[in-house]
Design a protein around this ligand. Structure first.
Ligand code: SF4
Ligand code: SF4
Length: 109
């Protein structure tokens, strides 16, 4: 199961991003809910509401290995100063074998 960041709790300190070995954590923005038109084309499309939104961080489920085989526990959780800010993503469940396969693909040169 990949992890996800609870944007309600995240203070955007960036500590988690600096410890992830797989570049799975990236900076993002939270568009103003009053302005957002929910058109779903904001990321990479230079939407002003998105660009001016509050900073946060997001985990790419396709790159998060849960730090399997690399650490006893997810490094991002250990680095995060906010309790329960990073949590398992219930919408992205994976078996141990799937996580290991993902890790192998990510570490191939
Ligand atoms: S669990 Fe590990 S691989 Fe996944 S985002 Fe956190 S530090 Fe990166
Ligand atoms: S370490 Fe925690 S509070 Fe800081 S950016 Fe990452 S998820 Fe947010």
């Amino acid at each position: 199961m990949a992890l996800r960041i609870n944007i309600e709790k995240c203070t955007a300190c960036g500590k988690c991003q600096s410890v992830c070995s797989y570049n799975a954590i990236y900076e993002s923005r939270i568009p103003d809910p009053e302005e957002c038109e929910h058109c779903d084309v904001c990321i990479g499309m230079n939407c002003d509401f998105f660009a001016e939104g509050e900073k946060t961080y997001v985990i790419d489920s396709y790159r998060c290995t849960e730090c399997i085989e690399d650490s006893d526990a997810p490094k991002c959780i250990a680095s995060c100063p906010v309790n329960d800010c990073i949590e398992p993503d219930p919408y992205f469940k994976e078996t141990r074998e799937q996580l290991l396969e993902k890790r192998t693909k990510l570490t191939k040169k």
